[in-house]
Design a protein around this ligand. Structure first.
Ligand code: PRP
Length: 202
């Protein structure tokens, strides 16, 4: 099937180029804010690792890195509201300047839970960086200190974000269309060098 025409192409919400530019801006902001300090990045698995890998390479300060595994979604596009730790921290965060790295802030339940868990370990400071913020979906009263993009209430995949553990490898962020087969996103990604999405052609 040919997916190269614009009306058949899966919608790209944020292109790899827009993401790259914004990640660089966020890193510059973080570098300024933590100048002279060692920043301890805590990436929230699994979705945040692609964002974190790009962000860290733009930071011009001393950093250390750890990961925390959290799961709140099942094989569905709705949050279950259940949060569980699937991988604990490897090193103590006591007296450290911690920056939580998230791919997406949605209802806020996960972050509210996380902030409680991390605060109990007495870090010096805790801030949050999220690539995406679905502010309109918020249930828990939490905010991020660094936000890449505020987005509408659409289900997005790619650049680390999944649906049922799939699509994480896509370089751009797509809106998951209703009943769209996996092969459609995959084949477009591999065959089409140009994309047209809601925010234009790249
Ligand atoms: C996603 C995301 C956040 C959380 C946000 O994780 O990475 O951790 O959901 O949702 P909330 O604000 O409604 O709590 P997910 O559970 O999908 O796991 P994943 O990172 O492994 O994809």
């Amino acid at each position: 099937m040919d997916h190269s025409t614009t009306d058949q192409a899966p919608e790209i919400l944020l292109s790899r180029y827009e993401i790259d530019r914004r990640v660089g801006e966020l890193a510059a902001e973080i570098t300024r804010d933590y100048h002279g300090h060692t920043l301890h990045l805590v990436g929230i698995l699994k979705g945040a690792w692609v964002f974190m890998a790009d962000l860290i390479r733009h930071l011009d300060i001393d950093v250390t890195v750890d990961f925390l595994g959290i799961s709140s979604y099942g094989a569905d596009t709705q949050s279950s509201g259940e949060v569980k730790i699937t991988k604990d921290l490897d090193v103590s965060i006591k007296d450290r300047d911690v920056l939580i790295i998230e791919d997406i802030l949605d209802t806020g339940r996960t972050l509210r839970y996380l902030q409680g868990v991390l605060a109990a370990h007495k870090p010096r400071t805790v801030r949050v960086a999220t690539l995406l913020d679905k502010r309109s979906r918020r249930i828990a009263p939490v905010t991020a200190d660094y936000v890449g993009f505020e987005i509408a209430d659409v289900f997005v995949v790619g650049y680390g974000l999944d649906f049922d553990q799939k699509y994480r490898q896509l370089p751009d962020i797509h809106v998951l269309q209703h009943a769209q087969p996996l092969q459609e996103l995959d084949s477009t990604h591999k065959k089409t060098p140009l994309y047209r999405g809601s925010q234009g052609t790249v």
